[in-house]
Structures are given as C-alpha cells and as structure tokens.
Ligand binder design. Structure first.
Ligand SMILES: N[C@@H](CCC(=O)N[C@@H](CS)C(=O)NCC(=O)O)C(=O)O
Length: 225
C-alpha cells in the first residue's frame, strides 16, 4: 500500500516531520521518499512545484491524491488507514474536542515562533526595529507559557489525554524545533518533560531530523524566550 505513496521532505521542517511521524504510526513504511535541500532551493524545483505550486515541503502524494498541507495529510492518513497501526483519533468526544483544539492552536505557536526565528530573514535590514523583535519575542513567550500550562494541566501524558493522538503527531515537531533553537528546558519543565519523554517513541526516533543527528548542537535564537 505504501508503495503508492511519495513524500518529498526537508530535514528539520516541522510540517514534514509530522507527516513522517503519522506514516510511521500508521505502519506505512516503505513509501517513496526524497529528502530535498532548502539551502539548495530544491523545494522550488519542478518536481516539487508539480505537487505543490507554493514550492513548499512537505509534498505528499497517495495514488492520484495530492496532499501538500501537512495537517491535511495527517488527518487523511488516519481516516484512510483507520484500523492500521496506532489509532490516532479517540472515540471519546471530550478528548477528541481537545485534540482538535490543540491541533488548530498549533498554528499560533508556529506563526509566533517563525516571527522570532525568521525576523532577520523576513524583514529587510533597513526596516528592522529592536522594538518589533522585542514585541515578537514577548508574543512568543506568552504563547509558550500557554503550552507549558496546557501540559501541566493535561489529563494524561499526551497533549489531548491519556493516549498518543494526532495532536502529538502534529504539535511535537514544533515543540522539538523550539528546543532545537535554544528554548530553555529549565524555564519550561512540563514542555521539556513531554519533549524528552517522546524522543524515544519509535515513530519519533525513526524520523528524527537527520540534519539534527548530524549536528546535535542546534541554535540559540530562542534562548531568552
Ligand atoms: N502549510 C504548509 C507549510 C509548509 C511550510 O511552511 N514548509 C516550509 C518548510 S518548514 C517551506 O517549504 N518553506 C519554503 C518556502 O515557503 O519557500 C504545511 O503545513 O504543510
């Protein structure tokens, strides 16, 4: 079945990583895959543009179905392969509601972290202001504090209850990215506990970004968040 699937991906990209975790959880190993380099602008190649006209990764295809929004791909895999591998959506309505809520909220975390991480890259030199970067950092700090609280108050070890769900598939890579870029584990002990506990989950370990394994050091752009 996984032979009809193709994933074009880039190492360290949270959206790519979440699709890879979902594929592992659903026991869909053996798919065609190609790692592309952002540095070499391979995400703007004809091969990617044919699947995703935005020239972004991941680009995922199953048979004649193209899913190039990572969250859509994760939901698709769960609904298409419901009885295979890990059940990633619970039947419990309360936990399901919480899962959907956390998944959609992840967009805030991604957006606000991107505003800090890519500030220099996104804003031309003459238009940069310390005050704007400070505001972005404050907004990210408030957002990270919220997730720290969510994990402190979580009803189980996972983001939406006692079982690993699509919320973890989708949000974990973003949390991993924050720590990779210097988020302080001591300041956010519940986030750190969650991050470290899931590192050895087989689907996560198997898909850990190869560029991070090669260079375990990471960055420090988020050290004062
Ligand atoms: N909405 C997309 C976003 C994907 C995305 O932003 N990918 C980034 C890498 S993390 C990318 O390809 N950036 C290159 C670009 O936008 O040119 C998804 O979640 O799948």
């Amino acid at each position: 079945m996984a032979k009809d699937m193709t994933l074009l991906w880039g190492s360290g990209s949270p959206p790519c990583w979440r699709v890879m975790i979902a594929l592992e959880e659903k026991k869909l190993q053996g798919y065609h895959q190609k790692e592309l380099s952002f540095e070499k602008l391979e995400h703007k190649s004809g091969e990617v543009m044919a699947l995703n006209c935005r020239g972004q990764l991941p680009a995922f295809k199953h048979g004649d179905k193209i899913l190039n929004e990572s969250m859509a791909a994760c939901f698709y895999l769960e609904s298409e392969f419901k009885s295979q591998g890990t059940k990633l959506c619970t039947d419990n309505p309360k936990a399901h509601a919480l899962m959907l809520q956390r998944i959609m909220e992840c967009n805030n975390l991604s957006q606000k972290s991107g505003d800090v991480i890519y500030y220099k890259w996104k804003v031309p030199e003459g238009e940069r202001h310390d005050s704007a970067l400070k505001r972005n950092k404050e907004a990210l700090t408030a957002e990270v504090k919220l997730w720290e609280r969510y994990l402190k108050e979580a009803p189980g070890d996972f983001l939406a209850g006692c079982t690993f769900s699509l919320a973890d598939v989708i949000v974990y890579p973003t949390i991993g990215y924050l720590f990779r870029l210097g988020l302080c584990e001591k300041k956010y002990p519940n986030l750190a506990k969650y991050y470290n506990a899931l590192k050895s989950r087989p689907s996560i370990e198997a898909t850990w970004p190869p560029s991070w394994l090669k260079d375990p050091k990471g960055g420090d752009v988020l050290k004062d968040i």
